[in-house]
Design a protein. Structure first.
Length: 286
């Protein structure tokens, strides 16, 4: 069975863009690996997460377990509350060009990542439309083209999102956690889901054994990666993992190059559901 791994690298914060992305570009470059970067384009309102701690005890446990202070830095914890929210990708146009020049795929992840996670289900359709308009405009400004894929922040979507984005004609979505690609029920969208767990969920001190065991049989897989984590305090472990996966005989492809390997006519049509997965603080689409 063919062995293909896609790295879905989400950039969620200013610090992840500023420090994590250059570090990942170095690592991937020296390993000869190409990946897909899903960029947050607009404001970093991470500080609003502090408000979540008051509302959601699971969130506090996650912050402690993932050593959020050393992971994100304390400035990040105040963006959008005591400090103004800096723009993420829009602050680093040259870096976006470097990602593309290195042969990686760049796609659209978010306008305001934090607000999507916190507010999506409460906001009206017009808010969602405006969020996409600003994000896609920013993406076009940075790359000179339209994004051909969308990966929802925190794997959170609802039915309204799927119908509102029909007009963007994305070639694929990567908005869910599921074992294999499918077509989103009632739409034309091919979904290339993340089927593996990320370091944040497995635990920073846990072994990569289960991850490598999941890859051992072969096939096509997608690993979710966060620029703040694998391009930060987990960089050493991530390099080790990439080498071990290479050793298993895998080749790495951006998700946009996995897409043509799929036989669209044979993909099942499936409806997503929202569930709480192990190691996560909020529900996501599965
Ligand atoms: Zn994200």
């Amino acid at each position: 069975m063919e062995r293909v791994l896609g790295l879905k690298i989400d950039v969620d914060t200013y610090r992840g863009m500023q420090i994590g992305v250059p570090r990942l570009l170095d690592m991937l470059g020296s390993e000869g690996i190409r990946a897909t970067f899903f960029l947050s384009i607009g404001p970093d309102a991470s500080g609003r997460a502090l408000l979540q701690i008051l509302k959601n005890p699971r969130f506090l446990r996650k912050m402690v377990r993932t050593r959020a202070g050393s992971l994100y830095g304390w400035r990040t914890a105040l963006y959008g509350t005591l400090l103004p929210s800096p723009l993420i990708a829009l602050s680093f146009p040259e870096l976006v060009r470097q990602i593309v020049a290195a042969g990686h795929e760049v796609q659209f992840h978010a306008w305001d990542h934090r607000r999507w996670q916190d507010d999506l289900t409460r906001q009206p359709a017009a808010w969602i439309q405006e969020w996409f308009r600003k994000g896609i405009e920013g993406y076009e400004h940075l790359t000179g083209r339209r994004p051909s894929a969308f990966g929802a922040p925190a794997w959170l979507i609802d039915e309204r999102v799927l119908s509102l984005i029909a007009r963007y004609r994305f070639a694929y979505l990567s908005c869910t956690r599921a074992s294999a690609p499918f077509i989103h029920h009632g739409t034309d969208f091919v979904e290339i889901p993340s089927d593996l767990a990320c370091f944040e969920e497995i635990g920073f001190d846990a072994s990569d054994g289960p991850l490598l065991a999941a890859l051992e049989p072969g096939g096509m897989h997608v690993l979710p990666v966060h620029a703040e984590v694998e391009g930060g305090i987990m960089a050493g472990r991530f390099t080790g993992l990439l080498r071990a996966v290479k050793h298993q005989g895998y080749r790495f492809l951006p998700l946009g190059e996995i897409l043509p390997l799929l036989d669209r006519s044979r993909l099942p049509s499936r409806r997503f559901a929202l569930r709480l997965l192990p190691g996560r603080s909020a529900v996501c689409a599965v």
